[in-house]
Design a protein around this ligand. Structure first.
Ligand code: SF4
Ligand code: SF4
Length: 138
């Protein structure tokens, strides 16, 4: 009985004078791993053209059915370098489980997950991430 008590007290006192490992969020931000799967980002090339070519792989692979895409032709190649763009690209954060499958499936690296973990919104409807919100160049 006394043995475990002493052992417990030794651990308690051992941690008493160590620096705190908690952070004062939101004044201090936690550092996360580089591979953290947070907010999505739709990437663009050096000319600012969208990398997404509306292949639909991310939508097909998503296990939560959280992605909705509607594509269109871009004959002038002004908005993309392949002649097709996703006119509508939405990710529903009410469904997304941040598995990262969409980013892994994308053949052009157009959709990536960032380390931004501040995703809370006051209203559920605002959790629908539209293309305008997701685009890197916004
Ligand atoms: S992270 Fe996973 S659940 Fe979320 S949109 Fe991508 S594939 Fe779907
Ligand atoms: S984000 Fe990638 S996988 Fe999804 S439609 Fe665009 S190019 Fe295809």
């Amino acid at each position: 009985m006394i043995g475990p008590l002493i052992k417990g007290l030794r651990i308690t006192f051992g941690h008493l004078f160590k620096p705190a490992i908690t952070v004062k969020y939101p004044y201090e931000k936690r550092e996360v791993a580089k591979r953290w799967r947070g907010r999505h980002l739709l990437r663009v090339d050096e000319q600012g053209r969208e990398l997404c070519c509306y292949c639909g792989l991310c939508e097909a692979v998503c296990p939560a059915n959280a992605i909705r895409i509607y594509g269109m032709e871009d004959p002038t190649f002004t908005r993309s370098d392949v002649g097709k763009i996703a006119e509508i690209y939405e990710i529903d954060y009410r469904r997304c489980i941040f598995c990262g499958f969409c980013a892994e499936a994308c053949p052009r690296g157009a959709i990536v997950l960032t380390t931004d973990y501040e995703l809370a919104e006051p209203e559920r409807e605002k959790l629908l991430q539209t293309k305008e919100v997701l685009l890197e160049k916004r």
